[in-house]
Design a protein around this ligand. Structure first.
Ligand code: FNR
Length: 383
């Protein structure tokens, strides 16, 4: 089945009076969720750093670039399959790591993992997930593990060991959030999910972390929270420390949060396999460069020495097209799938991903391309 078939599935359902279970456009879906969801949870997801300038810039950078289609091309059927780190996936799309998902839906990461598994696309589990490494692995789809890198090497190695044993194929190391950015929406509500016990399932079930506590987590949750927060937040790591991860992870390592060409080149030197060009959806440094604006320089500098993934500001299939044209091998979807999760759990996530892939499939064909690999910057104007 082609991803674009979702379009006529919806139209045909309409003949029997059925409408899509949620708006297929991300803006409409977000608005529907905003009306229903508790304000603290909604703004934890929707909000970003400072004035929101970089979050807006992420989306504006897509709008500034326009697709220049070619006609009379043999593109009636497309093939979106994409190879990443030696594995072939059905499309150039994966789900970005997003912590504390149960604030928007009780099944959180479990529902997300099932939705991703049903489509065969990789799901990246966050260290700050609402469910632990072992529980999320049960969905048994392709899965990557995102590390918030603890300042306790034995805890780090224990997390890597658990992820590896439970079939997480790539290690995604997030570098841009070694300390939390300034987030007015959450500050105004005095709301941080971790302090309220959310996003702690993985450390709290970790035998090495537990061994660091004077009393079991269950007997003194507050002390456990206070032990975990400084272990992963507030202090930066340095490039030379990456060797710990390289020496102890038997698989691809991807550095997430890269925006500077120099850092991408250092990632090559450090023996990394990939980078995610990302500014965390504008949640860390307000005023930082739009992630899409950082992408072309990085893909040009690293060539095929690294697999370049991209996130921040992707809201449609057409956005995915543009990021691929600027050299990303695949795109990580962020906030849009959270709106699907909030609205409809597993089915909600699946419908968001299907909508984005349907639009990508159609856009590719309508613009004159059969595969993502054919795209290059000449498919775009503006910037
Ligand atoms: C995130 N992101 C994130 N990244 C990460 O590496 N680990 C994490 O735990 C989280 N948690 C998280 C929570 C929420 C609510 C959001 C919105 C984002 C960042 C995420 O992986 C991705 O980089 C951004 O979501 C991309 O930006 P857009 O496309 O969502 O604007």
């Amino acid at each position: 089945m082609a991803f674009s078939d979702f379009q006529f599935e919806i139209y045909r359902d309409g003949l029997t009076g059925r409408k899509p279970s949620q708006p297929v456009d991300v803006a409409g879906l977000q608005e529907a969720v905003r009306r229903r969801l508790d304000g603290t949870a909604y703004w934890y997801v929707a909000g970003s750093a400072g004035t929101g300038d970089t979050a807006r810039a992420n989306c504006d950078a897509f709008a500034r670039r326009r697709i220049v289609p070619k006609m009379l091309c043999p593109t009636s059927t497309r093939d979106l399959r994409t190879e990443l780190f030696g594995k072939t996936y059905p499309a150039p799309l994966a789900l970005a790591p997003v912590g504390v998902q149960s604030i928007v839906h009780p099944e959180g990461d479990l529902a997300t993992a099932r939705a991703a598994a049903s489509l065969g696309i990789p799901m990246t589990l966050s260290t700050a997930g609402s469910y632990a490494i072992e529980e999320v692995a049960k969905a048994d789809g392709p899965r990557w593990y995102q590390l918030y890198w603890p300042h306790d090497d034995e805890v780090t190695l224990s997390l890597l060991d658990r992820a590896h044993k439970h079939g997480y194929e790539a290690l995604v190391v997030t570098l841009d959030t070694w300390t939390l950015g300034w987030r007015p929406h959450d500050l105004n509500r005095a709301y941080l999910p971790f302090l309220r016990g959310n996003g702690l399932a993985t450390p709290f079930s970790d035998p090495v972390f537990r061994s660091r506590l004077a009393r079991p987590v269950e007997d003194d949750i507050e002390a456990a929270i206070e032990a975990w927060i400084p272990m992963f937040n507030g202090r930066a790591h340095t490039w030379d420390q990456l060797s710990l991860l390289r020496d102890n992870w038997d698989g691809p390592i991807v550095l997430k949060g890269i925006q500077h060409v120099d850092d991408a080149l250092r990632a090559v030197d450090a023996g990394m396999d990939g980078v995610v060009v990302s500014n965390h959806g504008g949640r860390q440094i307000d005023g930082a460069i739009a992630s899409l604006d950082a992408l072309p320089g990085i893909t040009e500098a690293v060539g095929d020495r690294l697999t370049v993934l991209f996130d921040s500001g992707v809201r449609s299939g057409s956005d995915v097209f543009k990021a691929l044209a600027l050299g990303a091998r695949a795109v990580l979807l962020g906030r849009p799938y959270l709106w699907g999760l909030a609205n409809g759990g597993e089915a909600g996530v699946r419908d968001v991903v299907r909508s984005i892939l349907a639009e990508l499939d159609l856009t590719l064909g309508l613009a004159g391309f059969e595969t993502p690999a054919e795209l290059d910057p000449t498919a775009l104007a503006g910037g």
